[in-house]
Design a protein around this ligand. Structure first.
Ligand code: XUL
Ligand code: CO
Length: 443
């Protein structure tokens, strides 16, 4: 059990630590499926998931949208001094995280403390909060899954950071990344994330795409070399997203990022942090993105959330789709799991979810649905003929001519002669409905 760590005041009063109570429980603030120490497929649930709370949505996201201001008024946002206010927020964060028994958290630099326009002052502020976080981590055992720098909110980044046409802006982005890497290392962070929200363009009329992408690669090499020199041996993650806020973002999807990493010799140090709603925006399923990552040995981490079928933007809702997640866990389990990363809830409660309990319901639901999907996927893999149905579809490549083709031993003329010799192929069912039913049966 995690020790609850509060500051000088308790922010989530009247809410106890969330515990596993099992399927019989009707307590909405208990886990029904997530049992941290339960072993599934050779690892504890805790090891499979490494659940992380995202600082930005949970403690900064105030419910505002393009049509209206904040609806969430946090008691940790009252002090005027930025350092004192940031400490209150960190007290609230660790209280929440330990009450949820989450083992990890993630942050952007500016989530932790307000940044202004003075590089040295920003570094000073972040350092103070890093020292504060060190103590909190020590008291609670909670760890940092990854750190990152926000290179998209400040107005100077309106044309991008590493891909900005103005070198002066790029240098400011580098200063921020340096401080965020220093903070991540100081806190024992296990990974470092680059999400290129404005690394892209709005119009090709004013954009030299090739030059911008070369700058991005050079920037990533420079940041990576610095971090390695400072002793960081965790993994760097690129988080693909096709658009929003930019019209077009360079890290479009898993396949695009793989090509980029390969082209610029970054594959040894970088993997992917895949987000469900980003996959949807790219016109893919999350499962597709996971499979691309697994097939290229790039599956590092996950940002868990979901989109809205009626909306074409990043709604960042908490995950609750058991079919989607069961199919995802099938791919993750068969692919050998997440490499270095975990499951970060990059999700926010709705604008009109204004009770302090809502943040707890959201995370309870998210952790439980992942646990349920893991158990279901493991049962499918170990008890059903799911894998056999798929491998049987390819059995004509297991021997004879099919095997010779796979090994590059057949010319086009020989293939033509085999076609003549074998005659018209029989039709073979893909059995999609059978497999869809199988998944529902195990849920
Ligand atoms: C934005 C997004 C970011 C990254 C970290 O869509 O997902 O919060 O996860 O910068
Ligand atoms: Co994300």
């Amino acid at each position: 059990m995690t020790k609850i760590v509060t500051g000088s005041q308790e922010f989530f009063k009247g809410i106890n630590q969330v515990q596993f109570e099992g399927l019989e429980s009707d307590n909405p603030l208990a886990f029904r499926w997530y049992e941290a120490d339960r072993i599934v497929a050779g690892k504890t649930m805790n090891e499979h998931f490494k659940f992380a709370c995202s600082y930005w949505h949970s403690f900064n996201g105030n419910g505002s949208d393009p049509f209206g201001g904040p609806t969430h008024f946090f008691p940790w946002e009252t002090k005027t001094d930025p350092i004192e206010r940031a400490k209150d927020k960190m007290d609230a964060a660790f209280e929440f995280i330990t009450k949820m028994q989450m083992p990890y958290y993630c942050f952007h630099d500016v989530d932790v403390v307000d940044y202004g326009n003075d590089v040295a002052e920003n570094e000073r502020r972040l350092n103070i909060l890093v020292e504060y976080a060190k103590q909190k981590q020590k008291d609670s055992g909670v760890k940092l899954l990854w750190g990152t720098a926000n290179l998209f909110s400040h107005s100077r980044y309106m044309n991008g950071a590493a891909t900005n046409p103005d070198f002066h802006v790029l240098a400011h982005g580098a200063a921020q990344v340096k401080a965020a890497i220093d903070a991540t290392i100081a806190l024992g962070g296990e990974n470092y994330v680059f999400w290129g929200g404005r690394e892209g363009y709005m119009s090709l009329l004013n954009t030299n795409m090739k030059r911008e992408q070369e700058h991005l690669a050079r920037f990533l090499h420079t940041a990576k070399d610095y971090a390695r020199k400072q002793g960081f041996n965790g993994t760097f993650f690129i988080e693909p997203k096709p658009c929003e806020p930019s019209k077009h973002q360079y890290d479009y999807d898993a396949a695009t990022v793989k090509g980029f990493l390969q082209q610029y010799d970054l594959l040894a140090d970088f993997k992917l942090n895949l987000e469900v709603n980003h996959a949807t925006l790219a016109g893919h399923t999350f499962q597709h993105e996971l499979q691309v990552a697994v097939d290229n040995n790039l599956l590092g981490s996950i940002d868990a959330n979901r989109g809205d079928y009626q909306n074409g933007w990043d709604t960042d809702q908490f995950p609750n789709d058991i079919n989607e997640l069961t199919e995802s866990l099938l791919i993750i389990l068969e692919g050998g799991g997440l490499q270095g990363g975990g499951v970060n809830f990059d999700a926010k409660i709705r604008r009109n979810s204004t009770d302090s309990k809502d943040l707890f319901y959201a995370h309870v639901g998210g952790m439980d649905i992942f646990a349920r999907a893991l158990l279901t996927a493991d049962a499918i893999l170990t008890k059903s003929d799911y894998k056999k149905v798929r491998s049987d579809r390819y059995r004509s490549f297991d021997d004879a001519h099919g095997e010779a083709f796979e090994n590059g031993k057949l010319s086009l003329e020989e293939l033509r002669d085999i076609a003549v010799q074998m005659g018209e192929p029989a039709s073979i069912s893909g059995r999609q409905e059978y497999l869809e039913n199988l998944i529902n049966r195990y849920i």
